[in-house]
Write a protein that binds this ligand. Structure first.
Ligand SMILES: Cc1cc2nc3c(=O)[nH]c(=O)nc-3n(C[C@H](O)[C@H](O)[C@H](O)COP(=O)(O)OP(=O)(O)OC[C@H]3O[C@@H](n4cnc5c(N)ncnc54)[C@H](O)[C@@H]3O)c2cc1C
Length: 368
């Protein structure tokens, strides 16, 4: 029987996993569902610093999308969106295909813009590329001088992971940017973060990078930081293919959404995670919020197919943020409060492993 409607899931990000799971539980009749993703797996960024530090294998940090799609009766299309025409309800793919949709659920995450540093700068995103590059790097010879550019959670955790991985003999520098280390976090977290870097001999430069090359970073004060490993961990922005799509965009370029996670301009389009920007209440771009949006995204996408009215997402005012410190210690941040210790790492480890276990279909001993 020919499907009456087509649902396209664009990107298998943290929120989309909940849509796949909902489809596996309750598959709407006469709906064809296609998951478009450039890779057959989703890398769970929460465990990446732990992978670099040596606490997890790669298999433990990735969610296989093919079994989830198969369990949900979803067709997997290995491609990336490069354009969207909201009026025609089509997505243009990098394999040359054009996919029509009746309902669209977007969770592609952000892209990284090296901006004035130019195209050749080694970036953290796409994460798959960084993972492959770093795996090769570690197989060749461990770097002796690492410079991480970006003082947000990702840069902070990666600098400390490198320190743990390489030991005290290596030099690790974190160029935290003009706004300083962990600028989006409360003072207590920033204090603990700065102390953690100092205790572990990671040099933190509270200034901007002026030039970045594969073998050195020049900071705004003119100092040159030679390196045999550089990564740019800042500058995530909304994907460019949203521009010209006809979808309403937020001032930050993200897909502008209502509290129901629907596009403010096109109600058949839903979006969650870092690609989306809620207009009524801008939320932090973070993995935690992407995960938490999943249940509402699933309910509203499936509801749309069934003709039900969407429900608003009651996004939490504050979330628990856990930052790993290289070795098996972590900082926990809740509102203005922050604590750190080994027990925090064990807590984070339990949460992360639990998240991965919930998205594993079938037994995979390598991934546990
Ligand atoms: C090292 C590191 C540490 C971090 N630590 C934290 C932390 O401690 N806490 C926190 O909250 N956040 C953290 N973050 C940020 C967090 O990773 C992001 O906020 C989160 O990944 C956003 O989730 P998402 O589902 O929106 O997108 P993503 O996780 O990026 O998932 C998007 C998916 O869409 C796919 N995709 C991409 N482009 C396309 C396309 N054009 N077409 C189709 N599919 C596409 C991708 O392959 C991917 O599978 C960290 C990030 C990194 C890199």
């Amino acid at each position: 029987m020919k499907a009456a409607q087509r649902l396209v899931l664009l990107g298998g990000g943290h929120a989309q996993l909940a849509v796949l799971q909902a489809l596996a539980r309750q598959r709407p009749a006469q709906v064809e569902v296609v998951l478009v993703t450039p890779a057959p797996r989703q890398v769970y960024s929460g465990m990446l610093p732990g992978w670099l530090a040596g606490h997890y294998t790669e298999a433990q940090c990735v969610i296989a999308l093919a079994p989830l799609a198969a369990a949900a009766g979803v067709t997997l299309r290995l491609a990336a969106a490069v354009g969207l025409d909201a009026a025609a309800r089509t997505v243009r793919l990098d394999d040359g295909g054009v996919l029509g949709y009746d309902v669209l659920s977007v969770n592609t995450g952000p892209v990284q813009d090296a901006g004035r540093f130019g195209g050749g700068v080694p970036t953290l995103r796409p994460i798959e590329d960084w993972l492959a590059r770093t795996t090769r790097r570690l197989a060749e010879a461990s770097p002796r001088r690492v410079v991480v550019v970006g003082g947000g959670a990702a840069g902070f955790e990666l600098a400390l992971a490198w320190r743990h991985r390489l030991g005290a003999a290596a030099e690790v520098v974190l160029v935290a940017g003009a706004s300083g280390l962990l600028a989006n976090y409360p003072a207590a977290v920033r204090r603990l973060g700065a102390q953690a870097l100092a205790d572990r001999g990671v040099r933190c430069i509270e200034g901007a990078a002026r030039e970045i090359a594969a073998d050195a970073v020049v900071t705004a004060d003119g100092r040159i930081w030679p390196a045999d490993e550089v990564v740019l961990a800042t500058g995530t922005v909304a994907p460019r293919w949203l521009q010209g799509s006809g979808l309403a965009l937020a001032p930050d370029g993200g897909l502008a959404t209502l509290p129901t996670l629907q596009s403010v301009s096109h109600p058949a389009v839903f979006a969650a995670g870092d690609v989306a920007s809620r207009l009524d209440r801008p939320l932090p771009k973070s993995g935690v919020y992407a995960v938490r949006a999943g249940a509402t995204l699933a309910a509203n996408v499936l509801g749309r197919l069934a003709g039900r009215a969407p429900v608003p997402w009651d996004a939490p005012v504050r979330t628990l943020n856990l930052l790993s410190l290289g070795e098996r210690r972590a900082i926990a941040a809740w509102g203005p409060l922050a604590v750190q210790g080994r027990w925090v790492w064990r807590w984070k480890d339990r949460i992360d492993r639990g998240f991965m276990a919930r998205h594993r279909v079938g037994a995979d001993p390598a991934a546990t």
